[in-house]
Design a protein around this ligand. Structure first.
Ligand SMILES: CC(C)(COP(=O)(O)OP(=O)(O)OC[C@H]1O[C@@H](n2cnc3c(N)ncnc32)[C@H](O)[C@@H]1OP(=O)(O)O)[C@@H](O)C(=O)NCCC(=O)NCCS
Length: 218
């Protein structure tokens, strides 16, 4: 088991989106959507270069996603549009930063960019991480040339923490990486302060109550 036993909701519902743990029956739509967006994703996400995955590899990947989620190693979530039910992207929390901190990753299908879906997902996940999951800190990392990705933490009111050489998943060697973060203090600043808290549900699909996080006086 990892050092920090994160308890992350299995389903998060925002105004326009459902963010949830993957299921085995997501395989077909995942294959369709990632293949259709391959050229858009591949420059920034090394895993996309291997698309399309053979069905057996897709099933194994989904199995890993689900097991990692259940055992607290990693929390990959699909992004689904509530109006159509369509699978439109991926997000979730990564735990590689160690105790106390979660990293948010994201991608959106080529034909669903420019609607604010990723911003909406990240605002919701930031509330969930800092309040429900009780992380001390949430981070977003991107390569300096990924301007569309940079705009997301900027729009969500994160603080820019500078550029470092880091290991990026799926990339050999170190890469320059721009780092952004949010802590409980950011929840009282815009746009997080006026962003409605999403509904969150546990593995048994029971809705989780929101408890106001106790903030330490400075
Ligand atoms: C990075 C990425 C996720 C950003 O996607 P995006 O569609 O620009 O982000 P959002 O969904 O938050 O949409 C924001 C855009 O929608 C517009 N928008 C429309 N309605 C909106 C709303 N209700 N709320 C916020 N923005 C809205 C914004 O103005 C913005 O457009 P602009 O860039 O022209 O100013 C996408 O480019 C992507 O998937 N890239 C490839 C994978 C990748 O790089 N992932 C990140 C790795 S670090």
């Amino acid at each position: 088991m990892p050092e920090t036993a994160w308890r992350v909701p299995h389903r998060i519902v925002t105004e326009r989106l459902t963010l949830r743990r993957y299921r085995a029956d997501d395989a077909d739509q995942m294959s369709r959507v990632t293949l259709a967006s391959k050229d858009h994703l591949a420059p920034f996400l090394p895993w996309a270069r291997a698309e399309p995955l053979p069905p057996a590899d897709r099933a194994a990947l989904l199995e890993t996603f689900m097991t990692d989620y259940d055992e607290g190693r990693d929390f990959p979530m699909g992004i689904f549009a509530r109006d159509t039910g369509a699978y439109v992207g991926g997000t979730g929390f990564h735990t590689r930063l160690g105790p106390g901190a979660l990293e948010i990753g994201y991608w959106i299908a080529y034909d669903h960019q420019g609607r604010g879906y990723v911003t909406e997902a990240v605002l919701a996940l930031t509330h969930v991480a800092l309040t429900l999951v009780k992380a001390d800190r949430v981070e977003i990392h991107h390569t300096p040339d990924n301007l569309a990705s940079r705009a997301v933490p900027q729009r969500c009111g994160y603080s820019y923490d500078g550029r470092e050489l880091t290991l990026m998943p799926g990339v050999e060697g170190v890469e320059p990486t721009d780092m952004w973060s949010a802590t409980a203090e950011h929840l009282s600043r815009e746009p997080l302060a006026s962003c409605p808290r999403p509904q969150a549900f546990d593995a048994a699909d029971h809705q989780l109550p929101w408890h106001t996080r106790a903030t330490s006086p400075r």
